[in-house]
Design a protein around this ligand. Structure first.
Ligand code: DOR
Length: 455
């Protein structure tokens, strides 16, 4: 052992890549994992090494990998930059983020992929992997140069924010992925069904007098895409699925052995459409008068927050593996995008910094166990990309030390004023969450230190 080392002492070491869940120490040396789980004598470390004493129940695991976020650069730097978005990621325990191409201009050419990679190297504090467009300018009309994008470094393709409406274009895109081995990530929304909808179609929308966006708008396109994936043998990954019907479709596709994977977001797993009423409870219909916090535009997201039954179905699917991964869909917006009527507000929630805290609600509520949650944030995303991140989604000795340390029990109150993200748009502002990131490392370098004086 030569260079500086970091020893995390006495944590619960969870490494789903190797089925490891045990108390122990984690040693990082020369930017690599040196050991995970074995006891390490601090006296054996070189001078200048750091010893981090973990709380008894703290968890050390591979850094989280987010397959779906919006960093807004280039073109919307007033909402987020790669610098601020990756800082937010580090604060949330994410060591790698894949950014969607709905920038201005869109990431639909080699030079745009290179631009993002260059900016990320210059200003990012976690790993950034760009996702290229499926169609030129995300217009859904002409396929982008998928091979060129892949060769420049795109790790997947998506027109996120826009669906690929034309089934023939979708067929061709999926056909291409057979040779490239990279997934098509579709934002499934049939615009003729969702048109003008600003929240989930259901009793809450009726109560608020807002136009609903039905579950079927998502499900008909998922069904179409699954049929096209079956026909072409292409790799289909379904972005932010939000309904029980979508879960059923994915379950059936997997049962038929198709290469279809799916993600769910922290907000669709833990919130429901009653949040638009300003309620934070189970969301059962009630004749209560409206409260001032109704029509909170920070709850406006696409796909919309669905019914409590949908959220329950998503959590069950996360556990049984029908939903492969959790992805944040971190969608930062400017204050002015949200300080308008519900109809006019932009869709999107700022998620990176609250993801773990809200997801831990599922663990504390007994719905998901911790190793499964960590799997869906680490190994799962790597598997969706055909094992591309296997060296990052593990604590195997000799691999890069991308690590997060968190306290599953620490309660904290969300204060968007403290966010690194420029996006302050979360309905969780002021809410108390249980579960907090303490330390994030990328390649052995501490990129977030939430330990206060404890190091
Ligand atoms: O709510 C959303 N916001 N959903 C999307 O699909 C796009 C995203 C954005 O870019 O703001």
């Amino acid at each position: 052992m030569s260079g500086e080392a970091i020893l995390i002492q006495g944590a619960r070491i969870i490494d789903p890549s190797r089925g490891l869940d045990r108390p122990g120490d984690l040693l990082v040396c020369d930017s690599l994992i040196a050991s995970a789980g074995e006891p390490v004598d601090p006296a054996s470390l070189p001078g200048g090494s750091r010893v981090v004493r973990a709380g008894r129940r703290w968890v050390a695991c591979p850094g989280f990998i987010d397959l779906h976020c919006h960093l807004r650069e280039p073109g919307h730097e007033h909402k987020e930059t790669i610098a601020t978005g990756t800082l937010a990621a580090a604060r949330g325990g994410f060591t790698a983020v894949c950014c969607m191409p709905n920038t201005e201009p869109a990431i639909d050419s080699e030079s745009m992929v290179e631009y993002v990679l260059r900016q990320a190297r210059a200003t990012g504090c976690v790993r950034v992997f760009p996702i290229g467009c499926i169609t030129q300018g995300r217009q859904g009309k002409v396929l982008a140069g998928l091979r060129e994008l892949a060769e420049a470094g795109a790790i997947a393709f998506s027109d996120d924010g826009n669906p690929v409406g034309d089934p023939h274009i979708m067929r061709m895109a999926l056909q291409y992925t057979v040779g490239l081995g990279l997934p098509i990530i579709n934002h499934c929304e049939d615009h003729s069904l969702s048109a003008g909808g600003v929240m989930n179609e259901g009793w809450v929308a009726t109560r608020l007098g807002l136009r609903g966006y039905p579950a079927a708008a998502e499900e008909v396109m998922i069904a179409r895409d699954i049929a096209l994936a079956e026909m072409t043998g292409g790799r289909l990954h379904l972005a932010h699925i939000s309904t029980a019907g979508a879960v059923d479709l994915v379950r059936q596709a997997k049962a038929r052995g198709l290469a279809v994977t799916a993600e769910a977001t922290p907000h669709h797993l833990t919130m429901n459409d009653a949040w638009v009423l300003g309620r934070r409870d189970g969301g059962a219909p009630s004749p209560q008068p409206l409260v001032l916090s109704a029509y909170d535009t920070r709850t406006k997201v696409n796909p919309p927050l669905r019914s409590p039954a949908d959220a329950e179905a998503l959590a069950a699917a996360l556990v049984d593996g029908t939903i492969d991964i959790i992805a944040t869909d971190h969608a930062p917006h400017a204050i002015t995008d949200k300080l308008v009527t519900y109809e006019e507000a932009a869709f999107g929630i700022s998620v990176l910094e609250t993801a773990l805290g809200s997801l831990m609600g599922l663990v504390h509520g007994g719905l998901v166990d911790l190793p499964t949650l960590v799997h869906r944030l680490t190994v799962g995303p790597s598997q969706v990309l055909g094992g591309r991140f296997d060296d990052l989604a593990t604590l195997r000795p000799g691999t890069p030390a991308d690590v997060v340390l968190f306290d599953p029990d620490e309660e904290w109150t969300v204060d968007v004023g403290q966010f690194a993200s420029k996006g302050k748009n979360t309905p969780l502002d002021g809410c108390t969450l249980k579960g907090r990131v303490k330390l994030t490392m990328v390649q052995g370098r501490v990129v977030f230190d939430g330990m206060g004086g404890a190091i």
